[in-house]
Design a protein around this ligand. Sequence first.
Ligand code: ATP
Ligand code: MG
Length: 332
Amino acid sequence: FDLKNDDFTSLQELGSGNGGSVMKVQHVKSGTIMAKKVVLIDAKPAERKKILLELQIMHDCDSRFIVSSYGAYLAEPNICLCMEFMDKGSFDAIYKRIGPIDVKVVGKVAVAVLEGQRYLYDEHRIIHRDIKPSNILCNSQGEIKLCDFGVSGELINSIANTFVGTSIYMSPERIQGATYSVKSDIWSLGITLIELIVGQFPFSGSFDSDNDSDLEGEGHRTPPATHRVSLTIPSSPTSKRRSKRRSKGVSLHGGGMTLSIIELMHQIVHEPAPRLPSGKFGHDAEKFVDACLEKDGEKRTGLTGAIRNALDKGVTTERSGHDRMDENLLRR
Ligand code: ATP
Ligand code: MG
């Protein structure tokens, strides 16, 4: 496709994050339904060209664990990324709607994410850099795929928002400024897995190994409405972002406790890593999450080890041909 704004009818807003907003659209000529991500950028013409060139890599990705791309185009002052529409949405929305996700399904998520990461790294030497529930999507065929990976360094530099690149899923070594490796993404996967299994982000304060009473009973099926992350530190005055995003704060609300992003980063670096509550979700899941959340990046499991481990431990029940998610598990 050679794409431009006029080619689409907007159907529905799917959501928005730090980097931009995502619309369900229809490509009129072909009838294809797509998800169109609009990102406000602050870049000179040469940089824009480079972004488009770098985004070409996305187009070259061909894996059933990666959301496919239809192409990207500039629509001043935005860049638009057109991708495969995943009709069941992202896993953050799924667990916030239905509550904690069955550990077997989460095992499938783990395998899909690891396979996606392996594909990106082996075939394109790309490290994802933003593994989290909102970047793991699912469709009604039960496929689980990764989106929003860091293909374009130039795009990341140009996004007109100060907090892009700061994530509450960041590994201790990344917070401390070490060079990025695939292992940092394994940490983010570990945090993601706990969040999906328990139904709550593990650093919210209500999730604590000494006191997991909040996890008992019906209460935790529906995470508190305040469970969200927002930015309280004002964006830089040069930021072109408009009021809605600017008013977001940098605090993490959850379980009645507010944690500033700085406190959170401090916790990630200095406190023991979060763990699954013992005895509740099975030994294999606990061991697997522990391996992902080894605080020392050097000692943490790598991709190959994690995949082998996930399959051996039966974190997933079956593999080839059966690694689709059971629809019914999402229809609770
Ligand atoms: P952040 O900007 O911090 O990374 P985010 O991932 O939630 O947060 P976006 O990447 O802008 O923000 O996505 C917004 C929402 O749009 C996602 O949470 C997801 O639910 C939805 N979405 C994104 N891509 C698709 C897609 N290809 N198909 C269906 N829904 C999508
Ligand atoms: Mg995203």
